[in-house]
Design a protein around this ligand. Structure first.
Ligand code: FE2
Ligand code: FE2
Length: 325
């Protein structure tokens, strides 16, 4: 027996333990929020997001359906649209019962709250040597821009479709991104890379990147080349919602960062990284997100859950393997 709620609980726990923000700071933040909630009057309490009292990663939630459903087979995608929900329903009709659909990229309330996880990027920048006051101010203005952009989106199409078809639906966004951040950081740091090629070689030993490369979408240099010295490596491009402020690149360079590793990078950001003489190695979006989801799904596999791939997701099991660091 392994329910969707149990999968959510294990994933939340691993996200707290492996993410860039220290566990102590997370617990402190949750405690303070509880105090703030208790002080609210009844009118304001009615709109308060109760999920936020125990989950600091609000872009990851059970969006719709019965959380107590027992998981025997799940459909997992990096992106889940109404189309993939219909695929799950079609599989049901063909006798392959799908107990839940899990997306990586957020939909519904998880998408609305995407920017609520961006403050964990502050912890990464501080670890890389950027002063907290600088990164905090840069991040606030970027979050404001993103929130205004997200406001008009039609957020609930996918969870509403899943609900009509009676298929439980969840989004594990930062839950998973914290896993890939933890994994890649420890894996690369253990190798003590001297050249960018050392990082590229290490990445290409991972099955998710091998699979991506076979399909023509492997890791790629966006700035600099593999012969360059790596210098201090930044792992800022794996978790924390979405790309942060572009003004951070100047500060990162000043803090001594030589190479940026990321899943993806907007062109404007890439140009700034180039201007400040950093190397940028883009690991790949779907492949990197797959690593994050795989590390969570190993916990489901250990409980006997069958995992079907769709929507850009590549399943690789490490359930029976030791971590390579
Ligand atoms: Fe991601
Ligand atoms: Fe992503």
């Amino acid at each position: 027996m392994f329910t969707l709620k149990q999968f959510y609980d294990v994933s939340l726990d691993l996200a707290k333990k492996r993410g860039p923000r220290p566990l102590k700071d997370i617990e402190e933040g949750l405690k303070q929020l509880k105090k703030d909630y208790e002080k609210l009057d009844e009118k304001k309490k009615a709109y308060f997001d109760m999920e936020s009292l125990h989950n600091p990663f609000l872009d990851s939630r059970i969006e719709s359906g019965d959380s107590k459903v027992n998981l025997k087979r799940i459909l997992v995608g990096i992106d889940i649209s109404v189309g993939e929900v219909l695929v799950a329903n079609e599989l049901n009709k063909r006798g392959k019962k799908i107990d839940a659909v899990i997306a990586h990229h957020p939909e519904g309330r998880s998408l609305i709250d995407l920017t609520q996880v961006m403050d964990i990027q502050e912890d990464i920048a501080v670890a890389e040597g950027v002063p907290i006051n600088v990164v905090e101010k840069l991040m606030r203005s970027r979050i404001g821009d993103l929130n205004r952009g997200l406001h008009a989106v039609n957020h609930f199409q996918v969870p509403e479709a899943a609900k009509l078809l009676d298929i439980p639906f969840a989004c594990f966004h930062t839950f998973a991104d914290n896993q890939v951040y933890w994994f890649i950081m420890n894996y690369i740091n253990k190798r003590k890379p001297k050249y960018v090629s050392d990082i590229m070689d290490a990445l290409m030993e991972l099955p998710e990147y091998q699979a991506a490369k076979k399909r023509g979408n492997g890791p790629m240099m966006f700035v600099g080349d593999e012969k360059a010295r790596a210098g201090k490596v930044s792992f800022s491009g794996f978790t924390g919602g979405t790309s942060g402020s572009k003004e951070i690149y100047e500060k990162m360079a000043a803090a001594g960062v030589g190479t940026i590793l990321a899943m993806h990078i907007p062109e404007e950001h890439r140009k700034l990284a180039e201007k400040y003489h950093m190397n940028v190695l883009i690991c790949g979006h779907m492949a990197s997100d797959s690593i994050g989801m795989n590390l969570l799904l190993d916990e489901a596999e250990k409980k006997g859950v069958e995992i079907l791939e769709c929507g850009g997701f590549t399943r690789v099991s490490r359930a029976k393997k030791k971590m390579p660091f």
